[in-house]
Design a protein around this ligand. Structure first.
Ligand SMILES: Cc1ncc(C[n+]2csc(CCOP(=O)(O)OP(=O)(O)O)c2C)c(N)n1
Length: 906
């Protein structure tokens, strides 16, 4: 960047050639040269043809271009030198803004240049142009947008920065609003600090301008017709956001600080106060109301991001009929987490994908320059913590956290950008952290120098008040009074809470969930009826076997269509894929939204689903299920992510109790890349935050000799987490049972996440079929008894789950074994105790064996031991192993044969 200048060093012959090319076809040269030659032509017109000898005119037009280069330097690199850091000097990024670096001289300082018009000035001297550029680009906002590969967006920013920002002067009302909000933010923190000494609250001090900034975003969004804002954020400043943005009452917050919550009163285990969510309808100055929601979140930084995006998309799809302009997400990040957590990449990468976009997220970074005790130079290689923005050409507004009005400008600009372009944008609020990571940490252990500066640094409210007083916008007495009044108000609330503590109130049910109720243990004693009418089967069958006129199907698809036709209308027996599609189609016919995503789900990893066909000649897609009714089948091939996409779908399901939402892993093995979503949300959200969720996870699982990474979805992990009816874990073995399981998800008057260990080879196994009559009536069956034996003769019961059943049944047939029953547990959790008892009662004196194909330390073995302590069970499994499965097919086969036979012999 030093001596940035191409024109001063350029070869004249080369320039001339380029110019000739430009004359013939302007688009044949790149955009920068187009601008250059436009300017050159402009000067030629203005000063007339100078001819070869007119060096004065040539040199003038070259100088105009050099000034333009200087403008380019400020626009592109000004942010690297802007005064955004409130407490320390910025690092030197070696940008040369000297006019001499572009070939201009001191003598040019008083020459007037037409090119001044490009930054909204009349013809002006170089000196004035530089002054203006400095005010715009080297002030409290570092505008980082000139890297964006879209001319319209850059042109929009030129206008916004060089005209609107330069002239920005909020009116009195606006200044008062900013001050009021900043006052609340600062005094609230200060009050908590003195009243609840040493209690963890992850204070916002140093970054209090977050509060007026967020309020500006919300107000502007409402003004521009956004109806709903969904916010995700971590610990820092959360209490301040809950009260001063979402309107959670101070009494409620103080009650939580006082710790007056009786353990008997709570439902579930609850969570610490700085993780809780909240929502409210907010009135805004434009007179428009907006619904604002803060999702609950775990400690795991950034883990909430995909949920917020999924939730927002769910609201957009369901509540706003797909109108992306109506729902908007705000993600609030810490600088260290933003730079370090790979999940952010996944979420940003989703931002423009058809299945995942929400029309642009506003990312708001509370950049206090430290992560716990780690300095930013140990926390990232990139210059900025926001550099992830570059992968999607998202602009970044780096803003000095001490400058309330600059924050307000950036906040307004971000919303305008999001509404106009429908893309992500980042606000990087450069601030500091007044205390340690939490309020009892000593920050000087690790940052003594910085904390000496911070100790003497006035808070953002003091800075703004001083500025307002100096400008005569407000008088000192009024500012003092504001502080006092708010402090008194807080004290009154605290006194009330101390005298009469508020009763514990569970987190209120989200509005969309009000028609739901909580599950009771009895709900799991029997599944609801989920059969469908024959006419629906016919309708869905037709939709699955008909292609539009003129659609050229591939040969294999023609065969598939024939097979489907036979299955639905001749043999009336369905395989796995047909049963699955029938479940979705029947729900769509009932106007229940169905959404599914995951890697390659449209075709299906195992080439079984074929939810979409593609015209052999045109590639035109066609989805039969979209013709069943008015409700469309929302199925999307996902980006190659598990953590992000599972989080997204969990969030989507959280927004939409009406919908059946599914995520499918490519192979179940890959689910552990999303473990945080499972541990922190799927298994525990209801207990921690009283939030239900009906997400279904399809995890292809089964020992088929495909090696250690394509065999196991790690059932043991889910079963270890299974408790208190937190989620359903099922391993259905018949198409009809899978069908009923899927329909049960949305038929229940409550929601539970559902983990399905789903099949691979069984997708095509000749025995894995169900007659149509099993779909027209009945329920999901938690336990499947053995219909091939007579109970009286049975001396041994092999209990199992999932695919191994078919291996065991084969041996049973081969051995012509009449004294052994193979009983399937189709649901493992909630443990179907009553249903199992009813079956086992028939085999009172039989020996009981649990057989599984997983090693002893994996699969359901430990869980079965935990759930059936009173039963005398013997276990057949592979030996306890470090790796889930052998890498050798031959070894697998030998192991498997031995194992299934042992179940009959042990
Ligand atoms: C995934 C994850 N790893 C580690 C932690 C522990 N932790 C809590 S806060 C924090 C530092 C966060 O720094 P930053 O993102 O800059 O936010 P700040 O606290 O400075 O606001 C760490 C490492 C965590 N909560 N989540």
């Amino acid at each position: 960047m030093d001596n940035y200048s191409y024109i001063s060093n350029a070869d004249v012959g080369y320039l001339d050639q380029l110019y000739q090319n430009y004359k013939k076809d302007p688009s044949s040269v790149d955009a920068t040269w187009q601008k250059f030659f436009e300017g050159y032509d402009f000067n030629q017109q203005r000063y007339g043809e100078g001819g070869n000898g007119s060096t004065a005119v040539d040199s003038l037009s070259i100088k105009e271009t050099q000034v333009r280069n200087l403008i380019f330097t400020y626009r592109s690199f000004g942010h690297l030198t802007s005064k955004t850091n409130p407490v320390r000097e910025r690092r030197n990024h070696h940008v040369n803004f000297d006019h001499k670096s572009v070939g201009l001289t001191d003598a040019d300082l008083d020459t007037e240049f037409d090119v001044a018009s490009e930054i909204g000035m009349p013809k002006s001297s170089l000196r004035k142009i530089i002054e203006r550029l400095k005010a715009i680009y080297l002030g409290p906002i570092g505008f980082e947008y000139n890297f964006i590969r879209n001319d319209a967006i850059r042109a929009w920013f030129f206008q916004k920065c060089e005209k609107e920002y330069f002239e920005y002067n909020p009116d009195k009302e606006e200044k008062k609003r900013i001050l009021t909000k900043l006052n609340e933010a600062v005094v609230f923190e200060n009050f908590l600090h003195t009243k609840f000494l040493g209690q963890k609250r992850f204070s916002l001090e140093g970054g209090e301008n977050t509060i007026p900034g967020l309020q500006t975003i919300i107000n502007k969004a409402a003004e521009l017709d956004v109806k709903e804002v969904v916010i995700g954020m971590a610990h820092r400043g959360r209490l301040n956001v809950l009260t001063n943005i979402l309107g959670k009452t101070y009494e409620q917050i103080f009650t939580e600080f006082e710790g007056n919550v009786s353990p008997e009163q709570t439902m579930g285990d609850g969570d610490v106060k700085y993780h809780l969510g909240y929502s409210s309808h907010i009135n805004t100055p434009s007179g428009k109301k907006i619904y604002v929601k803060l999702t609950p979140n775990p400690s795991h930084l950034e883990a909430v991001d995909p949920l917020v995006i999924g939730y927002t998309r769910g609201q957009i799809d369901d509540e706003y009929k797909g109108d992306l302009s109506k729902g908007m997400a705000i993600l609030i990040h810490g600088d260290a987490a933003l730079a370090g957590q790979g999940l952010v990449y996944e979420v940003v990468q989703m931002s423009g994908l058809p299945g995942y976009t929400t029309g642009g997220t506003i990312h708001f970074v509370i950049n206090n320059q430290v992560g716990f005790t780690t300095d930013y130079d140990d926390a990232r290689t990139s210059i900025y913590c926001t550099d992830i923005a570059k992968i999607v050409d998202a602009p970044v507004l780096h803003v000095n956290g001490d400058d309330a009005e600059a924050v307000s400008f950036a906040a307004n600009l971000a919303v305008e950008y999001r509404v106009k372009f429908g893309q992500d944008i980042f606000i990087d609020l450069l601030c500091y952290r007044r205390h340690g990571h939490n309020e009892s940490d000593e920050p000087k252990f690790t940052q003594p120098k910085l904390y000496n500066i911070i100790a003497k640094h006035p808070n953002p409210r003091e800075i703004y008040v001083k500025k307002l007083i100096e400008r005569g916008d407000v008088d000192a007495a009024l500012a003092d009074e504001m502080d006092k009044n708010f402090r008194n108000q807080l004290q009154d609330r605290l006194n009330e809470v101390k005298q009469k503590p508020l009763p514990y109130k569970p987190q209120k049910m989200e509005e969309e969930w009000e028609q739901m109720r909580w599950a009771t243990p009895e709900d799991f004693d029997k599944s609801p009826d989920t059969g469908i009418k024959e006419s629906v089967i016919e309708k869905v069958g037709k939709a699955l076997t008909t292609i539009p006129e003129g659609f050229k199907a591939l040969k294999q698809i023609e065969k598939l269509l024939k097979d489907r036709q036979t299955a639905f209308f001749e043999e009336k027996v369905l395989g796995w894929a047909e049963a699955e599609l029938l479940a979705y189609g029947s729900l769509l016919a009932e106007k229940t939204p169905v959404r599914m995503s995951g890697q390659d789900v449209k075709r299906g990893t195992f080439s079984h689903r074929h939810a979409y066909f593609f015209d052999a000649n045109t590639n035109e897609p066609f989805c039969g299920l979209n013709t069943v009714g008015t409700e469309k089948f929302h199925i999307f091939n996902s980006l190659l992510s598990e953590f992000g996409v599972l989080g997204f779908e969990y969030g989507y399901a959280m927004s939409s109790p009406r919908a059946l939402v599914l995520w499918e892993a490519q192979f179940g093995d890959f689910v552990n890349g999303a473990q945080v979503i499972i541990d922190q949300f799927l298994s525990s959200a209801e207990s921690k935050w009283q939030r239900m969720n009906g997400l279904v996870m399809l995890l292809p699982h089964g020992y088929e000799g495909q090696g250690p990474e394509h065999s196991s979805c790690r059932p043991e992990r889910f079963l270890q987490l299974a408790a208190e009816y937190n989620f359903v874990v099922a391993d259905p073995t018949t198409p009809a049972n899978f069908f009923h399981l899927l329909r049960r998800q949305v038929s229940w008057p409550f929601r539970k996440p559902c983990v399905v260990f789903s099949p691979k080879s069984l997708l095509r196994h000749p025995a894995v079929i169900s007659p149509l009559k099993d779909f027209t009536s009945g329920t999901f069956q938690e336990v499947l008894d053995d219909a091939s034996v007579s109970a009286k003769e049975v001396k041994r019961v092999i209990l199992c789950t999932g695919k191994i059943y078919y291996d065991l049944a084969e041996v049973q047939q081969k051995r012509k074994s009449k004294d052994t029953a193979v009983v399937r547990m189709e649901q493992l959790h909630p443990f179907p105790e009553k249903q199992l008892k009813a079956v086992l009662k028939k085999y009172k004196d039989a020996k009981l064996v649990w057989a599984q194909e997983e090693p002893a330390n994996m699969g359901a073995q430990s869980y079965i031991q935990r759930m059936m302590p009173k039963y005398d069970l013997e276990f057949v499994s592979r030996k306890a192993s470090a790796s889930p499965a052998t890498g050798y097919l031959k070894v697998h086969k030998v192991e498997q044969e031995k194992l299934v036979n042992k179940a009959f012999e042990i």
